[in-house]
Design a protein around this ligand. Structure first.
Ligand SMILES: [Zn+2]
Length: 193
């Protein structure tokens, strides 16, 4: 799910009128298409060619989102669901987030059982601290987004890498989603396989 520098797409954000939006306007593109939207959020346009050089600290938006929606391993791209138990494997470099209801969530995609040991070996963050877990189900919960606000007719950037749940409708109207966050149901700590 690493981003490559040849995958950048030039685009122009715009503030557009929307009858459904809280303030009557919302963030969009100058040339919006239906596929720019998912889960009520506007998504960052990002290529998937793996052209150019890897940018190890940056995440490719459509690859991250696909891993999350389809429970795919972020290392090998195959299913991270355990064939025996039906549970989904994860390895985390920090404990998952938790909301006031006690629901746990993460923006880290799954890692299949077979890849966890390799991931722990290769990733500097996982070498410091790693917890393997399995979950019963993972559902779209929120986004990590860049945020904007309208000043007159202009858009002003107000934040980057801001986490917000998918029911924060007003915030989502001014957000450009870059990663999907999923909730983790029935999370159980596991030994590193
Ligand atoms: Zn894997």
């Amino acid at each position: 799910m690493t981003a490559y520098d040849g995958e950048d797409i030039t685009y122009q954000l715009a503030l557009v009128r929307s009858a459904e939006a809280t303030d009557g306007v919302r963030l969009s593109y100058a040339d919006p298409v239906d596929t720019d939207w998912m889960f009520g959020a506007l998504w960052h346009r990002h290529g998937m060619t793996r052209a150019g050089h890897p940018q190890w600290k940056l995440v490719n938006t459509p690859r991250q989102r696909r891993c999350m929606i389809r429970n795919l391993c972020q290392v090998c791209g195959k299913s991270a669901m355990d064939g025996d138990t039906g549970r989904i494997w994860w390895v985390m470099a920090e404990p998952p987030g938790k909301n006031v209801l006690g629901e746990e969530f993460t923006n880290t995609p799954p890692t299949c059982r077979a890849c966890i040991r390799l991931a722990c070996h290769l990733c500097p963050r996982l070498r410091e601290w790693a917890q393997a877990v399995t979950v019963g189900a993972a559902e779209p919960y929120g986004v990590v987004a860049d945020t904007f606000k309208p000043v007159g007719n202009r858009l002003v950037s107000v934040g980057t890498a801001t986490e917000m749940p998918l029911d924060a409708y007003h915030d989502l109207e001014y957000a450009l989603a870059k990663q999907l966050i999923v909730s983790l149901d029935d999370l159980r700590p596991e030994q590193i396989p």
